[in-house]
Design a protein around this ligand. Sequence first.
Ligand code: DUC
Ligand code: ZN
Ligand code: ZN
Length: 506
Amino acid sequence: MDADLVIRNALVVTASDVWPRSDIAIKGGTIIAVGSHLAVQTGVEEIDAEGAHVTPGGIDSHVHLSQWWNPGPGEPQKTIPTDGTIPNLAKFTGDTYETGSRSAIAGGTTTILSFALQFQDDESIIPVIEEYHKLAAGQSYCDYAFHVIVTNPTQRVLEEEFPVMVDKYGITSIKVYMTYAALKLSDYQILDVLYAARKSGITTMVHAENADVVEWMTGQLEKKGLFAPHYHGLSRPPLVEAEATNRVISLSELMDTPILLVHVSSELAAATVRNAQTRLLPVHAETCPHYMYLLADKMRAKGFEGAKWVCSPPLREDSADLDAIWRGLRNGTFTTVSSDHAPDSFHHPNGKQRCLGDADHPHGKFKDIPNGLPGLETRMPLLFEGVLDGKITPQKFVELTASNPAKLYGLQKKGSIAPGYDADLAIWYPKGGIPSFQLSNEMLHHRIDYTPYEGKQFRNWVRYTILRGKLVFREGQVVGDTSDGVYVKRGRSTLAGPQNVWAEWR
Ligand code: DUC
Ligand code: ZN
Ligand code: ZN
């Protein structure tokens, strides 16, 4: 066989099977054969997996990079220049395409789906897409694709630009918000969006939280002088998420069009999704490792430290929520696990602490803390811990981290280990291959000054990451570069689609 790389002695895992003592032959960036004792020509480069798990490279379908925003009740800061120049990164304390994608490959993720954000005064989404292309081109260590966040669904956007977005740019999914003053759509606007999405075969991702309840609760807490970071959680209790989840499921049922609830955090919201799925509605859900491992007590850390764990939806109070999320992974409620990597550095004056120092509130107000956590690099290893604990099977791990995101978002050549697929692989350490260790932020490759998982014990990590046949990460070292990642045009979802329920008005 004519190959240019062969992986030997792998425990190959796909969403359906586990194959011990297998080889994977790769040619021109594509898998050409999987089997035992594959015969290849002499002199071909080989990697010995030493019996370790080899899984498809991760697909992280919810990542914010070079995203100029403040996803708190404050206004996003529109600093992306409209004249086509690349913006000044000095004030931006999140990850860029360079630093975020570097962190991705160091955690076994080979494809990211990141967001191109339309601001409310943007009449068009096409320049927004072009702008994010400029930010990412030549800057990515891994492959990448975009979702568009729609905040101003004009007739022009919905009728003229959605078809262009799908056909010319290969973008087949969007995200809408039900909360945040500067991002949210009304129910009326969401209906408009879902109607247009249905016509163009687009999957709609939804951030479901009831904006009015959040605003009301925040007002009540502030009146009582309660401003510390952990009151963020009290301002957004589980029913804030569950109510909006139920509402948008109803809107999508009316429209018979698929939605995915992003970053589901609570037992109540998961049950709402499950109920819709039992009724065979095309409702999908995503959760994130922080809702599987972390609780609200983190936000009660001393002083302002708790701001490191402020994200929305918030970490929950009750370990019953963690258990429910793990159950939802096993019983199929969740289609994907993504990182929702939306970080801000903690110590930087423009980062998490940018809300400190006003004379009346020197310790800040929870409502002004930028929402979001870093998690791109830790997503795969954290979920792999679940495999080691027997909470999920290796096949389920692959389904959630790679195969389902590929199908849901139309990445036809990614997410499995079989001939014809891109040779995107994560090779883990064999059992006992590395000693169990405590994570510290210095080990990570993002440019954020903290990890929410500092001190957490890990028993395994990705040893080698392979992107389309090229070794890009080897035993703790990034060996790829920013010319490796390419933009991936996507097709329509093969997982989600309308039920084609007849309705006269449609
Ligand atoms: N929603 C996200 O999707 N990411 C970060 C913050 C938020 O509210
Ligand atoms: Zn969100
Ligand atoms: Zn997000």
